[in-house]
Write a protein that binds this ligand. Structure first.
Ligand code: N01
Length: 480
């Protein structure tokens, strides 16, 4: 008689939803998803800024087990993606499993069970705990001098204040990552004046975002295997980016040439100079945005590339002595990519905490587990493949791996299992050895880098990652 495992999942974003569906499909029904916010959707709930799109094509940015024939665009808009995840939750009847407004604060493993405490003081128990807290969910508002002195409206891009009308306003955007460029592209010509504060120029690749017409959508519905074929095709094409990221070669040269050609469309040589990065394309996460250079050349858009000196009550002062008068200031300044599930504190059976384990930087066993923390798994944990590739298949691979362990537990093969410290050290040494070929080590600062300056991402292909997690390596685990 198989045992009936209980599983607590932290987070109802993309990866938590995907895992919960897969657990149900595997016949594991005692599943509780704890979500701190009042809705599901993670990134796609939090980000609602103008121009928000996914920079991975929709055909590939969706669950393999629930492909949507109705995507409106090649790169769909944020609200549509959020709706897709809500539809997945509806279709797979997950709502009874999801507890919204329930923030996990800590979890302790003792007597072979996790005891999970939430902010309201409640304690729940489960045989397995899985973190699905996402990669970029803690907004960073940098400590620029005078940050709180600004008297206009100011907010982070992931906390967009839709009550503030922008028409006719002087809007400042700090940050030139994917977010800042999408916002500028959307707002150019729509507001009174727009100033983009750039600390570091970024490489931009223009890929047109076409609308999927009625014929495409009908074909997807009526031709058997059409969505699967499209998914595989886009995945194969995005393999070019993967190859460019992980090793030098024609793919890297091709992406570089395309970015440089796009930069040449900026007519004013002085503006082009200011927009030219001094590092290789893709070293920072490549921005995929087809309208940015047109937007930045709009007569009402100004690029302030001199560096911010301080924020003042009526605007921003730059190091060239200029004062930029503003009504609204947007911080498109990114996220703490090293937080993972923190500040949730985990305590293992020997009293060791997650803070102690990660005091020198976040690391994991094969992206999914931690020595000293039995029956605990992570989706999108440290060193997961995240560069210009869909995160959804990665989360699906990790979910399948977690379920493989839970199935073993069900069959009574173990009660508690955690990777050994030796296996984790060996794996991390192997990862480090694979880093030098990657583009992230070619000399730039980015959110991919850990505190010691080495990339905290997967240095090989996502296929290698999937192969690594195809089945549990039981000899690398301490099993009770
Ligand atoms: O954040 P970022 P993002 N003074 O960290 C600047 C994903 N994403 O929100 O480069 C002045 O990339 C900082 O400057 P610098 C995607 O994975 C996906 O844009 O550090 N500037 C940089 O320009 C992306 O990579 C989609 O010198 C300061 C910017 O702020 C990730 O999210 C859409 C500063 C931060 O860029 C993060 O993108 C959007 C300071 N003190 C985003 N501090 C999709 O399509 C920071 N900056 C799925």
């Amino acid at each position: 008689m198989p045992r009936d495992p209980s599983v607590i999942v932290i987070g109802a974003g993309m990866s938590g939803i995907g895992l919960a569906v897969k657990l149900k499909h595997a016949g594991i029904t005692d599943v509780t998803v704890l979500e701190k916010a009042d809705d599901i959707g993670g990134t796609w709930r939090d980000n609602t800024y103008p121009g928000l799109k996914c920079d991975v094509p929709s055909a590939f940015y969706q669950f393999w087990f629930d492909r949507n024939p109705d995507w409106s665009h090649f790169f769909s808009h944020g609200a549509e993606i959020h709706r897709y995840f809500r539809d997945v939750v509806d279709r797979h009847r997950l709502w009874p499993h999801i507890h919204l407004g329930t923030e996990v604060t800590s979890a302790t493993f003792s007597e072979n069970r996790w005891r999970v405490t939430t902010a309201d003081g409640a304690v729940r128990e489960a045989d397995f705990l899985v973190s699905a807290t996402g990669v970029l969910h803690r907004p960073v508002v940098p400590d620029i001098p005078g940050r709180d002195a600004f008297t206009g409206a100011a907010f982070h891009s992931a906390r967009w204040d839709h009550s503030i009308p922008l028409a006719g306003k002087r809007v400042g955007v700090i940050g030139t990552g994917s977010t800042g460029m999408q916002i500028v592209t959307a707002l150019a010509g729509e507001v009174g004046e727009l100033t983009l504060f750039q600390r570091t120029p970024q490489w931009v690749l223009p890929i047109p975002n076409w609308r999927n017409g009625r014929v495409t959508r009908r074909l997807r519905c009526s031709v058997p295997g059409a969505t699967a074929l499209e998914y595989r095709l886009v995945r194969a094409i995005f393999g070019i980016f993967v190859a460019a990221l992980i090793r030098p070669g024609w793919q890297r040269r091709a992406v570089s040439a395309a970015c440089r050609a796009y930069l040449r469309t900026v007519g004013d040589p002085e503006l082009r100079r200011k927009l030219t990065p001094d590092y290789q394309p893709m070293c920072k996460r490549l921005v995929i945005c087809s309208g940015f250079y047109r937007a930045v050349q709009h007569p009402d858009v100004h690029l302030a590339a001199e560096g911010i000196e301080r924020i003042e009550p009526s605007g921003v002062a730059t190091t060239d002595g200029r004062h930029h008068e503003l009504d609204v200031l947007v911080f498109a300044t990114g996220f703490d990519s090293h937080a993972y599930l923190r500040p949730v504190e985990l305590t293992g059976p020997d009293g060791r905490t997650l803070s102690q384990e990660w005091a020198g930087g976040a690391r994991a066993y094969r992206t999914v587990a931690l020595p000293g923390f039995p029956n605990f798994f992570m989706l999108m944990g440290p060193h997961s493949p995240v560069g210009n590739f869909s995160l959804i298949p990665v989360a699906e691979v990790q979910a399948d791996y977690v379920i493989a362990w839970i199935q073993r537990w069900r069959r009574g093969e173990f009660t508690a299992a955690a990777p050994t410290a030796e296996a984790t050290d060996t794996y991390n040494a192997w990862l480090r050895a694979a880093m030098p070929d990657t583009v992230w080590t070619t000399g730039c600062d980015s959110w991919y880098l850990g505190p010691d300056g080495t990339p905290e991402v997967w240095p090989l292909s996502p296929q290698r990652h999937a192969a690594m997690l195809r089945q549990p390596h039981t000899d690398e685990f301490t099993v009770v």
